[in-house]
Design a protein around this ligand. Sequence first.
Ligand code: SF4
Length: 220
Amino acid sequence: MHYKFEKPVSGTIGTEKYQCSIEWRNGKFIADEPEHTGGKDTGPDPSTLLLSSLISCTLITLRMYIDRKGWDIPEIKISANLFHTIQDDKTTTVIDRDISFPGPLPPDPEKKERLLEIAQHCPISKILEGGIKVRSFVYHEEAVEKEMKYPNNDITVIWKPEVCKHSGRCVTQLPRVFDLKSRPWINMSGADTAAIIDQVNKCPTGALSYVRNEKDQQTT
Ligand code: SF4
């Protein structure tokens, strides 16, 4: 199992209703709620972000396909909206996606049909229509006394078992080093120092950290 993103998308909120700061790999943006739900509308709300994701993915996928085919379609426009239906306590969300090609000549019916198929199979469509499982872990930053140390020649990895939520990220992403079935479970000979540091930095809870070893002194 490998995450799609090297750096996860993250967000924070303070007491200012309901401004969230979302950080992605190349910057930050604001999300908010509209005024009628108590926010200040300073950024897109979560449902708008969801629709934006679908729209941009569809646009990009269509543009890639059209360019590959060499078709003369200079512009693509998409709008999307959603509604919910509830039946027998089960909520179903329906997203309507309208695609148009505003250029001088509309694509012929055969091309239109193919473009519709391509749109329906864009990666975000597949995610939304496939099986999604949201796994949630609750972390809190607190002082934790217990820690275990695992040295190699360059660094010492520190593991705080009480903070580790066993989300398994280290185990799945660098199994040569992190193996729950082995003792010790962290094998510092399993990868080079750079790879271990990289993985330690990806621990979402802070259970893993490292220090560089003093030249003449090995921490054990
Ligand atoms: S990534 Fe961090 S929290 Fe997850 S299992 Fe490894 S040490 Fe524990």
